[in-house]
Ligand binder design. Structure first.
Ligand code: ASP
Length: 460
């Protein structure tokens, strides 16, 4: 190559290449700086360290992360018959745990996250709660989270979708305040600690336990305003029960089948976003001749997503439908269709409308809110709705199949003793009742009689 050609080559090719690579380096340094600036400031939590006593004990270490609710409620005017007039979130959890009998199956510590009714928590506070639970699970074997029951299904599902740890998270509460007659608070707290300590819901995500029944967070709903057996999973039923001898798990939520794989964790890692970026998402209920006003109002409020609780298989009125189209076209709002029936799946959806599968409206709202915090891509959001916590089970067995369901002996059920019921000793002697003598009736030889055959009349 001549000197002339070399000179031209370096001017025409090398110099622009050099400038390009310089620019690329500068822009990646800039991107790192911007990302560093955007890195969310994460809250810190004063999670108690394990006590020396708990460190040396063989029992599992369970932490109760308390947020208040009726379980920590005090009856109005100290009236122990006030089931419905009380102040939720009054007593500190450390005092409540101290009032329980010493737990037989776990060492228990407490962390007071807050103390108020469930409906009083903001989504930003739930972001903090989720991080607090994960921080607690770095130290403890499992966590019980106490909340009010009113929005428990939303709080529990938010935790289910966001907690990174595979360790058990058990949400509980109560329908009657702590200090009234017949309260369910102490029993629910004790039993929830038992479930958490058993470790049996590891990889299940968050579960809810009240009234001795264990439910998947994704499936559970509050079904009655006052009754103590208010929690129910209308489509799938309970996961298991808490009985005296043991915690019994009869089925696993779909999520547990992804245990140990990268798909088990949702992409909603709250540590990677600031809580300020959590969007507003609303719910609109369909009814006879519903106007589009509810949708227009929410759009005006600045929502990024709306869940419709439709009639039947997700239907909405023409008024809502027109408002939905306008919100999509003019504001890019993402919609999720669910049913107001209380149970059942919704299919279909196209464009900015996503089918909510079998999530109820309040669960779908949490899922949409988190989805929109992590993606603007509707097809991505659609695939999350189709795949998180859903299942279409098919069993196939081949030579490599390992069946690992435990049977009673393997899960360590204590040997069942017959329950001892002590009868009171009668103070007086049992009266002797003499039975009348029964004489055998005389045997009468019966004549064998041919049965009379009846004609069957068949009418044409
Ligand atoms: N208002 C209460 C709450 O949700 C009800 C409850 O705890 O059950 O906090």
């Amino acid at each position: 190559m001549t000197e002339l050609v070399k000179g031209r080559f370096s001017r025409k090719v090398l110099v622009p290449l050099l400038i390009l690579s310089l620019l690329a380096t500068m822009s990646s340094v800039l991107a790192i700086m911007v990302r560093a600036e955007e890195a969310p400031v994460l809250p810190t939590f004063d999670i108690p360290a394990l006590s020396e006593e708990h460190k040396t004990s063989a029992l599992p270490n369970v932490i109760v992360v308390a947020t208040g609710g009726t379980l920590a409620g005090a009856a109005s005017n100290g009236d122990k018959t006030n089931f419905q007039s009380y102040r939720a979130g009054t007593y500190p959890m450390a005092d409540l745990v101290a009032q329980l009998p010493k737990h037989k199956t776990a060492d228990v510590s407490t962390y007071q996250f807050g103390n108020k009714g469930s409906g009083g928590y903001t989504i930003k506070e739930l972001y903090d709660l989720s991080l607090a639970v994960d921080a607690a699970l770095e130290i403890y074997d499992s966590a019980v989270v106490t909340t009010g029951t009113d929005t428990m299904e939303e709080i529990a599902y938010f935790l289910d979708l966001t907690v990174r740890s595979e360790k058990p998270v058990v949400v509980t509460g109560a329908m009657r305040p702590w200090d009234v007659i017949g309260t369910d608070g102490p029993a629910n707290l004790y039993q929830a600690i038992k479930v958490a300590g058993s470790g049996k819901t590891k990889w299940f995500g968050t579960v809810v336990m009240l009234n001795d029944v264990i439910f998947a967070a994704r499936e559970v709903t509050k079904s009655n305003s006052h009754r103590m057996d208010t929690f129910d999973t209308p489509m799938f039923g309970a996961l298991g029960y808490v009985d005296d001898p043991a915690v019994r798990i009869y089925r696993a939520p779909a999520r547990a089948f992804k245990a140990g794989t990268p798909e088990w964790a949702t992409p909603f890692d709250l540590k990677t976003i600031s809580k300020e970026t959590l969007p507003q998402v609303g719910i609109v209920y369909n009814y006879q001749e519903a106007s589009g006003g509810a949708i227009r109002g929410l759009v005006e409020d600045g929502v990024k997503g709306i869940v419709t609780a439709g009639t039947g298989a997700g239907g909405i009125s023409s008024g809502l439908s027109a408002a939905r189209s306008a919100a999509i076209t003019n504001n890019g709002v993402v919609f999720v269709s669910t049913t107001r029936t209380g149970s059942g799946s919704v299919y279909g959806g196209s464009g900015n409308t996503v089918a909510g599968d079998n999530l109820n409206a309040s669960h779908a709202r949490m899922m949409l809110l988190l989805s929109l915090a992590f993606s603007n891509d509707v097809s991505q959001i659609r695939s999350w709705f189709q795949s998180f916590g859903t299942a279409d089970v098919e069993i196939s067995v081949d030579a490599n199949t390992v069946l690992s369901t435990s049977v009673d002996e393997e899960i360590g059920l204590p040997e069942l003793e017959e329950p001892v019921v002590t009868e009171p000793t009668p103070e007086t002697e049992e009266p002797v009742v003499s039975e009348p003598e029964v004489t055998e009736p005389p045997v009468v030889e019966e004549e064998e009689v041919e049965p009379e055959l009846q004609e069957t009349v068949v009418t044409p």
